[in-house]
Write a protein that binds this ligand. Structure first.
Ligand code: FMN
Length: 338
């Protein structure tokens, strides 16, 4: 079955096509450090056979956190815990990426400096952001680079840059939230400039053989916002700087989204064709028939199961077993599988 077939993207060899997408667990504290929960949570999915685990949004700046309990990679002291987590995951033959994130105006931490491209709040529960100066932009670009240096020290197999769900990079990309009149606003090329600078600075320190994944929201679901056609143009401006596109949607502003099984797969399929890059499909994918359909029709290269892997950490093992596919089960669990 395609689900259990290995794949190599750039120099990353995955044993199957199942990805755990980034999911914030809000389980750290103000230090942003990894703790026992994170280790148990992620290593359980590695034992459960997931091919690629993408660690939750991990903030590159203290003011880039979504909450007081986010994981962080904004200082050197945070590397040790991340390193232990990575090595624990790798012992079980899964590959692991880290999602580097900055919340921008969606930072919900009290008394933080809330920054964005333009002084607009997400909604009344959030403070109005301070419009970023050029120096602020340079600091953020540098913090992604420093985070990439730390991620390499922790030995992640891949990096995911969070440019989706209405967080800082997405705020710059969308004409709905970016009202700047300088070189970072206005035209599509200008709105892409922050993302491009981040990718270029990350490339200066991140080895070419470890893939860079870009997580995008392919639609803002509002008039004049990003749609999948605009997202294609955005990606095509920076496609030499990334290896994989992880295709989600929404999160920029409150909007009505029609949700049904596999509702974002069409975006992954379109962007795969139009950019020529491998894609990860995600969003209400729960069963093996859906995964086989997506892979068999070449609509995406990898498939991420989010909430399903929270419910069922052994999804890969269980589905291989019920489909009579021979995979490497953890030796400790062999008696549970036929
Ligand atoms: C608890 C939770 C936390 C999430 N945190 C993140 C995150 O840190 N970064 C991100 O890009 N997406 C995040 N997401 C979105 C998921 O990665 C995924 O795209 C979404 O859950 C849809 O997939 P699913 O229907 O398989 O759950 C989160 C989703 C959940 C349920």
């Amino acid at each position: 079955m395609l689900t259990f077939q290995p794949i190599k993207i750039s120099n990353l060899s995955l044993k199957n096509r199942i990805v755990m997408p980034p999911m914030c667990m809000y389980s750290s504290d103000d230090s942003g450090f990894v703790n026992e929960f994170h280790k148990v949570h992620y290593i359980s999915r590695a034992i459960g056979g997931v091919g690629l685990i993408i660690q939750e949004a991990t903030s590159v700046e203290k003011r880039g956190r979504i909450s007081e309990n986010d994981l962080g990679i904004w200082e050197d002291d945070q590397v040790e815990g991340l390193k232990e987590l990575v090595s624990g995951i790798k012992k079980h033959d899964s590959k692991v990426a880290i999602q580097l994130a900055h919340a921008g105006r969606k930072c919900g931490v009290k008394n933080e400096d809330i920054i964005s491209c333009s002084p607009i709040n997400f909604n009344d529960d959030y403070k109005v952001a301070r419009e970023m100066t050029i120096d602020d932009i340079k600091t953020v670009v540098e913090s992604f680079k420093l985070a990439a240096i730390r991620a390499l020290e922790a030995d992640y197999d891949a990096l995911e840059i969070h440019a989706a769900h209405g967080y800082l990079i997405h705020q710059f990309l969308s004409p709905i939230t970016n009202h700047r009149s300088d070189e970072y606003g206005g035209s599509l090329t200008n709105r892409v400039k922050l993302l491009k600078e981040i990718l270029i600075s990350v490339h200066q320190v991140w080895p070419n053989d470890r893939p860079i994944i870009l997580r995008v929201s392919a639609s803002d679901y509002v008039k004049d916002g990003i749609d999948v056609y605009m997202m294609k143009d955005i990606i095509n401006q920076i496609k030499d700087l990334i290896d994989i596109v992880h295709v989600s949607s929404g999160g920029l502003v409150l909007a009505h989204i029609n949700i049904f099984p596999g509702y974002q797969v069409k975006f992954a399929e379109y962007l795969k064709i139009e950019t020529g890059l491998p894609t990860i499909a995600v969003g209400l994918i729960t069963n093996i028939e859906q995964v086989e359909e997506i892979l068999g029709n070449n609509r995406a290269d990898l498939v991420a199961l989010g909430r399903e892997l929270l419910r069922n950490p052994n999804w890969v093992l269980n589905n291989a077993n019920s489909s009579d596919v021979k995979i490497q089960y953890p030796p400790q669990y062999l008696r549970a599988y036929k």
